[in-house]
Design a protein around this ligand. Structure first.
Ligand SMILES: C[S@@+](CC[C@H](N)C(=O)[O-])C[C@H]1O[C@@H](n2cnc3c(N)ncnc32)[C@H](O)[C@@H]1O
Ligand code: SF4
Ligand code: SF4
Length: 361
């Protein structure tokens, strides 16, 4: 989680090739969680990668890639070619991972993943039908549980521990009391990677008052008792941004935790645009016209790296870093994006996004 890099004077060394690729296979989602950027912003294009595009853009480089994360901002299982793309990836020795809402994780997808995908995160916020509907805007809570039950049966049948499962849930003022239910859920579905808790970023005014830093005492108490509850039950519990105290300490010098991402990873969008990390808005190039290697060694990324961990020439993206592992949860401007007209990788605010008012729930 936290890095030991000190500000500006200890520049990381870039790998010869990006050993870790983050790729959004689709810019769509089957849900509209009330808290998610997708409810308030549109991607530059609503699109998805075909198996042919994936093979042309990444095929020759797959033998050099060590880790492949098949999502960052959208829902990977909405990609129609998910299965043929996953088959291509499985021909190589690559650690694979993605996060999903789990609704489309039916028998066919589970059949392809079990014994082959390394890590799988399932995101759930709200642990009964009504709470799931309130936060995730969908009646699919039972479906997600059925899908997980079936996936675990397949794991037992095939005698495999893959994919290693994890639950992700969003911490905001009205979900803090749900953390014990999240821990029980992870235990019930044999989630050996436990529970990861992300700290709410507000994309709409309605959510601003729910941000953890504006509810410090409640957040501290909930995190402390959840840690104890998880420990008693042998479930891992990870606050992605650390406790408020740890995060404030680790982000004091730079405004974000020291970040090594652009020295090891690149982030690819479904239209093949390439970015230095999953939350940056500086576009480095497109794989339709340049290779991954050319972008990796190009002047745009070299210039971006200079502004990641140096307070004197910080990139605007990094100054207000929104990455759940590196962001500050202590500064309100990082976590309140309700007035911003743009979002990650060129997303723009919807003309009239409806606010999820209490009376609509
Ligand atoms: C944007 S989703 C994309 C992958 C997939 N659709 C999923 O839900 O797992 C990635 C993660 O971001 C979390 N997330 C979404 N909106 C958030 C917000 N406003 N603040 C903090 N975490 C958020 C989700 O709960 C999910 O675990
Ligand atoms: S959090 Fe995931 S499932 Fe929910 S709307 Fe966003 S991308 Fe879709
Ligand atoms: S925006 Fe954040 S995650 Fe991305 S390179 Fe900058 S500091 Fe790292």
């Amino acid at each position: 989680m936290g890095s030991t890099l000190s500000p500006s004077n200890d520049e990381p060394v870039a790998d010869a090739f990006p050993v870790h690729i983050d790729i959004d296979l689709s810019s769509k989602c089957n849900l509209r969680c009330t808290f998610c950027h997708l409810s308030y912003f549109d991607p530059p294009q609503s699109t998805q990668i075909t198996a042919g595009q994936f093979s042309a853009a990444l095929g020759p480089d797959l033998p050099k890639i060590k880790k492949l994360t098949l999502f960052s901002k959208y829902e990977p299982l909405t990609c129609k070619d998910f299965l043929p793309i996953f088959e291509q990836v499985c021909c190589h020795e690559i650690e694979t991972y993605f996060s999903t809402n789990g609704v489309l994780l039916g028998p066919e997808i589970a059949g392809a993943l079990v014994g082959r995908l390394t890590f799988l995160t399932v995101s759930v916020t709200g642990f009964d039908t009504a709470a799931y509907k309130k936060h995730m805007g969908s009646d699919a809570f039972a479906r997600v549980q059925e899908n997980l039950t079936h996936l675990n049966q397949l794991k037992r049948q095939r005698q495999t521990h893959l994919p290693q499962l994890r639950l992700s849930t969003v911490a905001m003022s009205d979900t803090l009391n749900d953390l014990p239910m999240a821990i029980d859920f992870a235990r019930r579905f044999d989630m050996t990677e436990g529970v990861q808790v992300t700290s709410l970023i507000a994309y709409d005014e309605f959510f601003v008052s729910k941000i953890p830093i504006l509810n410090q005492e409640a957040f501290r108490n909930a995190a402390r008792s959840a840690q104890a509850y998880a420990k008693e039950r042998g479930v891992k519990l990870v606050l992605q941004s650390g406790t408020l105290e740890e995060n404030a300490r680790e982000t004091l010098d730079l405004g974000h935790r020291a970040c090594h991402i652009p020295w090891h990873r690149l982030s690819i969008q479904p239209n093949l645009d390439v970015f230095p990390c999953p939350v940056a808005s500086v576009r480095l190039g497109n794989l339709g016209t340049r290779t991954l290697g050319a972008i990796w060694n190009g002047p745009e990324l070299a210039a971006f790296r200079l502004g990641v961990n140096d307070p004197d020439r910080m990139n605007p993206d990094c100054r207000d870093c929104a990455h759940c592992r590196t962001k500050s949860v202590a500064r309100i401007e990082v976590n309140d994006r309700s007035q911003s007209n743009t979002c990650y990788a060129g997303m723009t605010r919807k003309p009239a996004a409806p606010s999820p008012r209490e009376d609509r729930r």
